[in-house]
Design a protein around this ligand. Structure first.
Ligand SMILES: Cc1ncc(COP(=O)(O)O)c(C=O)c1O
Length: 450
């Protein structure tokens, strides 16, 4: 049987069976240490998860203390102090009437709950025909069948198409590759008005909700629509009695330099899905935060119930972790820190444009994306078979940096990219180190290219 440093390998079912996985032994702050003692900067915080960094003593203590008190009770009958406290604290930081918290154990679960809740809301309101969810062509909302039905990332959908509900999708607000060939000066928000086109084409009577990542994550990291975009989206949603769901699974909890990315746009959705940074990865946690008016409709319904639930949703252990993470973010003023460090990171990233293969460079807070192109003027991507993002990831890992690779899908000519999303505790010196490794790795990659 194969082993890595004496740990048997025989029976694990990895996602990718052809890949060699690095065994991480321990982690501290922004660093991971593999079983050979090599130090790797966790430049993507897992997948934009470990916002406080590794081995945070306060979070570990909160987890430990709660495990000793009570680790699990089922929410069908019992409640617990951590969920009550965490929902209270969350309601304080969420905008306006986003005051009710439904707990889940991850991003897909939170998004799946939003789809079902939107449906039940419209039924209870006397609109049982409203069921379709509109999303955007370049998006990732999760791996479960409902969340994947709303996702625009074709490679992740392809295999499961027969199971997926064929919901409509609108164009992506991706200015560097504007689907309407506009420049920022000539922009008339065609991509936002596309929502109205889709609603009318499908008949507003059938549309339940519109879902979007306020700033795009895995499928086109840090692509942010221009200011004004979400005002138009919200106006259209109101006009046709359609709920607006913000998928803040990646962007929430300070990642973009605001507590929630929608704050950059001063527009507030009807529901907000959260996960990842909410627990900094110390325990699986997700949440759906909803507008008081949706809660009131469910509360006044004949069953007084949201007909949905998962075993681990609302478990005290994860909530205790979430509560401590939130306290630390607030006490250490980490959101402000992310905003400040984000500007520093962006400056450094722009310097990478001296490399011909670096196309678009984007960064909002500590969520950054670099898109690679074969020809910068024509913005032509490298062929997919080259696997450029994964190649760069391997080189970076060898050099001591972990980055998250991907390829823009559902956009004409979308290219390979990497995402950076380091822990909020990273320092300017460590950002320099990260950029230095990245720059060296891009140079190596260029040398390797055919
Ligand atoms: C925006 C967004 N929504 C939903 C999800 C799904 O979350 P999970 O993988 O925890 O199910 C992700 C995961 O990357 C995400 O980035």
């Amino acid at each position: 049987m194969d082993s890595i440093n004496g740990v048997p390998q025989g029976h694990i079912f990895y996602r990718n069976l052809s890949k060699k996985y690095t065994l991480i032994d321990r982690a501290e702050g922004i660093y991971l240490y593999d079983s050979n003692g090599n130090r790797i900067i966790d430049g993507a915080a897992g997948a934009a998860v470990v916002c406080l960094g590794h081995n945070n003593e306060r979070v570990i203590k909160a987890l430990n203390d709660q495990a000793k008190k009570v680790a699990f009770t089922h929410l069908s009958t019992f409640t617990n102090e951590p969920i009550l406290r965490l929902s209270h604290e969350l309601a304080k930081i969420t905008p306006r009437r986003l005051n009710r918290v439904y707990f889940a154990s991850g991003g897909s679960e939170a998004v799946e709950a939003s789809l079902k809740l939107a449906r039940q809301y419209h039924i209870e309101n006397g609109n049982p025909q409203k069921f379709k969810i509109i999303s955007r062509t370049t998006s990732y909302h999760g791996a479960t069948i409902g969340a994947l039905s709303m996702t625009g990332h074709y490679p992740r959908r392809k295999l499961y198409l027969p199971y997926l509900t064929p919901y409509p999708r609108i164009t992506t607000p991706y200015c560097w590759r504007c689907p309407f060939q506009k420049t920022p000066k000539r922009c008339e928000f065609e991509c936002a008005h596309d929502l109205e086109r889709a609603i009318v084409a499908e008949d507003p009577e059938n549309i339940s909700a519109f879902i979007a990542e306020p700033i795009i994550g895995a499928s086109a990291p840090a692509v942010a629509p221009p200011k004004g975009y979400y005002r138009i989206i919200q106006r259209i949603c109101h006009k046709y009695d359609i709920l607006f769901i913000a998928d803040e699974v990646m962007t929430g909890f300070g990642r973009t330099g605001k507590f929630f990315a929608m704050e950059h746009y001063e527009v507030f959705p009807d529901m907000m899905a959260l996960s990842k940074g909410i627990s900094s990865g110390y325990s699986p946690l997700g949440a759906l935060i909803i507008d008081e008016s949706i809660y009131d409709v469910i509360s006044a319904s004949p069953t007084h119930s949201f007909i949905h639930g998962h075993t681990f949703g609302g478990n005290p252990l994860s909530a205790a972790v979430g509560l401590e993470v939130l306290k630390i973010i607030e006490e250490d003023r980490l959101v402000e820190r992310v905003a400040r460090l984000g500007e520093y990171l962006l400056k450094g990233l722009k310097e990478l444009r001296s490399h011909k293969i670096v196309g678009d460079v984007r960064c909002v807070g500590l969520l950054a994306g670099i898109e690679f192109v074969k020809d910068r003027r024509g913005k032509k991507p490298f062929p997919e078979e080259l696997g450029l993002g994964s190649r760069l990831q391997r080189i970076c890992l060898r050099n001591g940096l972990y980055v998250y690779p991907g390829r823009v899908s559902s956009i004409v000519d979308g290219g390979d990219h990497i995402m950076l999303a380091p822990p909020y505790i990273i320092t300017e010196d460590e950002i320099d180190l990260m950029l230095n490794i990245l720059e060296r790795s891009i140079t190596e990659l260029e040398r390797d290219l055919p």
